[in-house]
Design a protein around this ligand. Structure first.
Ligand SMILES: [Zn+2]
Length: 276
């Protein structure tokens, strides 16, 4: 089955991973900007990273028939430095016209601090002023419930934001309902060691359905599995779910959400056209 991974950090992956993804049916990925594992020292460090996301990585993906789109931001982990964050925010518009940029992300909170909130709100303002979709990172483990609620409150307090253009990622059993109830898209991140397993994701699908829901692998530099979305496909098949439901989750929903970005020029394979 053709599928799209809406949140995967291919800059951290080897070329063999592209080959494996292609063989598993992956036809497109979207890659949010994230923390490199160390704090970058200057705005030029981010400029180079954004060039990697907009120039280098799409070519690496295209060699395997995969379209790569991306999102730009300074992530919450580095947002403690408000001055550097503002320099990065001022530089991001240089890249917003690039044909593979879908919007601003992954923005959010990490430790739910005041500085993180300041930088988060300034990202929202940037997204609104430049008519960009938004991809949200919610905190992990003990900070998740409180952080997700803080993020949703900040999003809902800004009446300029179109909730159908916001994807809130890393939802789990205790956060998914509020994200969907408030009108946002939700993304389940499938991880081998934390976040959510394919089995837990399948349980959530059985409770909440697949409307405004997606699944991703994160596929980053830590312990993660870039083929986690196919694992979920197999789990849903094992449980007897319809192919049409699976296809909506892993293919049609990403297309519907991404199509709200002007730059999402997606070319389905022959015989595989989707009408939304
Ligand atoms: Zn991420």
């Amino acid at each position: 089955m053709d599928y799209i991974d809406p949140h995967i950090h291919m800059v951290s992956r080897i070329t063999d991973d592209y080959a494996t993804l292609a063989r598993m049916g992956c036809v497109a990925v979207s890659e949010p900007a994230f923390w490199a594992g160390y704090d970058r020292g200057s705005v030029d460090g981010f400029r180079d990273y954004f060039r990697q996301l907009t120039e280098v990585e799409p070519k690496r993906a295209a060699a395997y028939g995969i379209q790569l789109f991306c999102w730009l931001c300074i992530n919450a982990k580095e947002a403690e430095d408000v001055s550097l964050s503002r320099d990065v925010l001022a530089m991001i518009p240089e890249f917003l016209d690039h044909p593979n940029v879908l919007g601003i992300g992954e923005i959010g909170l990490n430790k739910n601090t005041k500085n993180e909130s300041i930088v988060f709100l300034e990202h929202l303002d940037l997204a609104v002023r430049y008519n960009q979709s938004i991809l949200i990172h919610t905190p992990h483990l003990e900070d998740k419930f409180q952080g997700t609620r803080m993020i949703l409150d900040m999003l809902c307090d800004d009446s300029r934001i179109d909730r159908s253009r916001v994807l809130v990622d890393h939802v789990e059993e205790h956060t998914i309902a509020e994200v969907l109830d408030r009108g946002f898209w939700a993304g389940m991140t499938l991880y081998p060691v934390s976040k959510c397993t394919p089995e837990r994701a399948a349980d959530m699908i059985e409770v909440y359905g697949v409307e405004r829901l997606m699944a991703n692998s994160a596929g980053d530099w830590g312990p993660s599995k870039p083929t986690a979305v196919p694992d979920l496909i197999f789990e849903l098949r094992r449980r007897g779910h319809r192919e049409s439901l699976i296809r909506k989750l892993v293919y049609e929903n990403p297309i519907e959400f991404f199509s709200q970005s002007d730059h999402f020029q997606f070319a389905p394979r022959d015989g595989n056209h989707v009408t939304i």
